[in-house]
Write a protein of this length. Structure first.
Length: 158
């Protein structure tokens, strides 16, 4: 099984999550982890599973991830299984309450990425997942790397 983990990262947190996921899935499958700027069309050929991750920036993925997904040809991911993840601040740590309401309404990057992949013909096989950081720059909350690995291992077993 050929697996590609594509990510973008601003402060290094999403990169750490992507690497943890890549390590978890590579013990059972052929997995490659790449920053979105390094991905080329050959990386997508013969792909069985595509994982895409981004920090949440203004309720959306980074510009690089958004552009990558927008420019994907339908044939490149048609019938490819996919999963998406983002890094985000825990909703209960956002203060004041009015900002929590804005975030609840605006959302996160992962669901946006899932919709884009589905538009291109990929089959999203699990709910979009968010991994938590302290504040806007991180670091990751304790246990998030382990949770990322467990998340990846769980849907591989299906």
């Amino acid at each position: 099984m050929k697996i590609l983990v594509i990510y973008d990262s601003v402060f290094g947190n999403t990169e750490k999550i992507a690497q943890a996921i890549g390590t978890a899935v590579s013990t059972k499958k052929d997995a490659v982890v790449k920053r979105v700027a390094e991905v080329n069309s050959e990386d997508l050929q013969g792909l069985d599973l595509l994982l895409v991750g981004s920090p949440t920036r203004g309720f959306r993925p980074t510009e690089a991830i958004a552009a990558f997904l927008k420019n994907l040809s339908v044939g490149a991911v048609q019938n490819v299984k996919a999963a998406v993840f983002d890094t985000r601040i825990p909703i209960d740590s956002i203060k004041p309450a009015i900002f929590r309401s804005i975030v609840k309404k605006g959302g996160y990057a992962a669901p946006v990425m899932a919709k884009e992949l589905e538009k291109k013909g990929a089959t999203v096989i699990t709910e979009p997942e968010g991994f938590f950081v302290k504040g806007s720059e991180g670091p990751l909350l304790e246990g998030e790397l382990e949770r990322a690995a467990a998340w990846a291992e769980a849907f591989l077993k299906k």
